[in-house]
Design a protein around this ligand. Structure first.
Ligand code: ADP
Length: 260
């Protein structure tokens, strides 16, 4: 709390009185700290793959290039690190695009099943690499008025996680509607999440296990993007999870006014 002591009216030559401004700066400070943390996290996250790329390029230049086997291994690492940088930049851009929007244009009515089928096609190469059965329980005809790309991104992030954190088992999607909106349920029988981590999952760059997330190609921003999209649609997201049994993300998206 701070006070702004003396207030002098411009046209008056004498002091008219004292204006005491009491403002709670806790929220402002909190926002400022969050912004600083974000910048320092981004810098760190960008620097890690960059340092690794530079190191391997340097080693190649200093002789490793003449050993084909080693050179190929290093080039593969450089490829993975470049991909990581690219994913990270895409996620940072998505997050900043969502944050600078206060309301999404609900362009048209879209079929949820069609969006989910498209998302599953995109994720097919990742599904194929594992022993995962997809249980797609969504019927045709469930529509939602939204910005299609945004809702597609929400499903990509949640399904990508469900697949990433399940080695062997099932990943399921169900969807239902009532007078108020749409309820979407994305669940998996994967590794699960300890209870103590659940309240922090939606924070930017928060990961239960940093190394594991990185190895899986995670940026630590996926759920933070999900949370922002759900908030943009004035919806809700709940998580239920048990270690070793799996996780369930339940999203409620209310219907909104048509805003062209
Ligand atoms: P990441 O890119 O690391 O996956 P996210 O923001 O998408 O970042 O998720 C944050 C963290 O939440 C992950 O690092 C992981 O520890 C945990 N998590 C998210 N979804 C799941 C899931 N379906 N099963 C187990 N853990 C999950």
């Amino acid at each position: 709390v701070y006070a702004n002591p003396i207030y002098k009216h411009k046209s008056a030559s004498r002091t008219l009185g004292t204006l005491l401004v009491i403002q709670d700066v806790t929220d402002i400070r909190k926002l400022e700290t969050m912004r600083k943390d974000f910048v320092s996290n981004v810098t760190h996250e960008l620097n890690t793959p960059l340092t690794s790329i530079r190191g391997f390029v340097d080693t190649l230049k200093h002789g490793a290039i003449s050993d084909e086997k080693i050179a190929n291994r290093f080039l593969d690492i450089i490829d993975i690190e470049t991909e990581r940088l690219s994913l990270l930049i895409q996620d940072i851009l998505s997050l900043s695009a969502i944050e600078s929007t206060d309301q999404d244009k609900r362009v048209d009515e879209y079929d949820i099943k069609e969006i989910i089928d498209e998302v599953l096609d995109i994720l097919e190469p990742k599904i194929k690499k594992k022993n995962i059965e997809i249980i797609n329980d969504i019927n045709q005809g469930l529509t939602y008025r939204c910005n299609r790309d945004r809702i597609k991104q929400l499903f990509i992030n949640l399904l990508d996680n469900a697949i990433k954190y399940t080695e062997k088992g099932q990943v399921g999607i169900t969807c239902s509607r009532d007078e108020q909106g749409l309820k979407i349920d994305i669940w998996d029988t994967g590794i699960g999440i300890e209870e103590e981590h659940i309240p922090r999952l939606f924070e930017r760059f928060y990961r239960v296990d940093k190394g594991r997330s990185r190895n899986m190609g995670g940026t630590g921003l996926g759920l933070s993007i999900v949370k922002h999209i759900v908030e943009l649609y004035k919806g809700r997201i709940d998580v239920v999870s048990r270690v070793g049994e799996g996780s369930r993300f339940v999203i409620f998206l209310p219907y909104g006014e048509v805003n062209e």
